[in-house]
Structures are given as C-alpha cells and as structure tokens.
Ligand binder design. Structure first.
Ligand code: SAM
Length: 212
C-alpha cells in the first residue's frame, strides 16, 4: 500500500509551495506531522468542487493543510467551519488559511469537537460537506452528528480508515485505533441513511453520501 501511495503522490501531485509552507510551519511549531497526504488533499479539493459544496464542516484542523484543500474546492461564496481541540493549532490553521487567501471564508471553534457539534446542532446549522479527521475513538459519534447536521445529498468524508492497512491485513502491525476504524467502516457501510465506499488513498478515506 505504501508503494502504491508513493507512486500516486509522485505522478499525480503537483508541487505546491503554499502547502509546503504549511508543512514547514507545523514542524516549526513543534506540532505533529499528521496532515492528510498530498493525494488525499487533492481528492478533497476535487470532491468539494465536483459536489458543488459551499458550506463545509471539518473536524480536526491541525495546521490548516486539509482546510486549504477543502477551501480550494469551494471557490467564492464558500465557507469552512473547522473544529479543533487545541487553541494553538487553530491559530496556526487560521494564519495559514489567511496566507492562502481564505481568511474571510473560515471560522474555527476550539475545544472538544463533541461540544462544538452539540452547539451547532442546537443552532440548527446545516452543511453540505463534512471532513472527519480528529480523535479516532469518536468517529462513530462524529458520523451521527454529521448526519444530523447534513443537507440532503451531503458528502461525509473520513480519513485514516485503513489504519495503516491493519483493518484488512492481519499481518500488518495493529495501530491503537485499528478497532475504532473497523467499527467505523462497518457503521458507514451498513448505515441505512448512507451510501458509502472506501478509497485506498493515503491512509484510506471513506466517502459517504446521505441518501435523499
Ligand atoms: N485535518 C488535518 C489536516 O489534514 O491538515 C489533520 C488533523 S490531525 C490528524 C487531528 C486533529 O484533531 C489534531 O489537530 C487534534 O488536535 C484534533 N483533535 C483531537 N481530538 C480532538 C477533539 N476531541 N476535538 C477536536 N479536535 C480534536
């Protein structure tokens, strides 16, 4: 899987100075290097653009890499709401989104995402695209909140669902989140309100579409 992803990144990923700077800023600030892969980022841009999504909810901002990829897909009139536990991370993400030209099109809610999701639900907010990329133990709860907050036909994308291949390969070293991802994948695959598929890009992304 690693070789295949290296091949995809090498052939299909254009050199991107803005995203390279984001990666450097994350390292300089002593934050973990766990942004989405270049190909996963490109997939996010393409999905938002193809879906014509304008109102996006991201769960897990880190330094803004995936935020920029999502914002690149929505163009003018789009808005990204991003949930992030760490105030310091949200600040760097905001600064990077601003440098990329999306400062007026992003807002951050800091603190545990489950609390922010409760607030958004109480405020009856609606989104047409979701990206789940935070603590793996809560993926199933995040999925249920996304469904509550979704416009008909909305897309819900989740990252790291292959857990380094360990969900499918008994020989692969298990990760601490392998069981959470197995459980999430089963839920997304069998949910009566979703049509879902898993793409083996990066660490794996599920794409779920809310049935209308
Ligand atoms: N999506 C980002 C990107 O590709 O640029 C990477 C996100 S990183 C894998 C996961 C992020 O989720 C971290 O920034 C972490 O602080 C955040 N996080 C972890 N637990 C969280 C929680 N309970 N609520 C909100 N954010 C959380």
């Amino acid at each position: 899987m690693k070789q295949i992803n290296q091949y995809i990144d090498a052939v299909f990923h254009d050199s991107d100075p803005i995203l390279k700077e984001v990666i450097s800023s994350i390292k300089e600030n002593g934050m973990p290097s766990i942004s989405v892969s270049p190909s996963s980022g490109k997939l996010l841009t393409m999905l938002v653009s193809i879906a014509g999504a304008k109102n996006i909810l991201e769960i897990g901002a880190l330094g803004g890499y995936s935020g920029i990829c999502l914002a690149r897909g929505f163009g003018e009139g789009g808005m990204l709401t991003s949930l992030e536990l760490e105030e310091k991370y949200a600040e760097l993400a905001r600064s990077n989104l601003t440098k990329a030209g999306f400062g007026d099109q992003v807002s951050y809610m800091t603190g545990p995402a489950l609390e922010s999701l409760e607030t958004l639900t109480a405020d009856q907010k609606r989104f047409d695209f979701f990206f789940i990329d935070a603590d793996k133990a809560n993926y199933n709860s995040y999925l249920e909140y996304c469904i509550k907050l979704a416009e008909p036909g909305a897309l819900i994308v989740a990252d790291n669902v292959l857990a380094g291949g360990s969900v499918a390969d008994p020989g692969a070293k298990p990760k601490r989140y392998t069981e959470f991802m197995k459980n999430f994948n089963e839920t997304a695959a069998n949910h009566p309100r979703l049509e879902s598929l898993l793409l083996p890009i990066g660490d794996g992304m599920t794409i779920s579409r809310l049935r209308e």
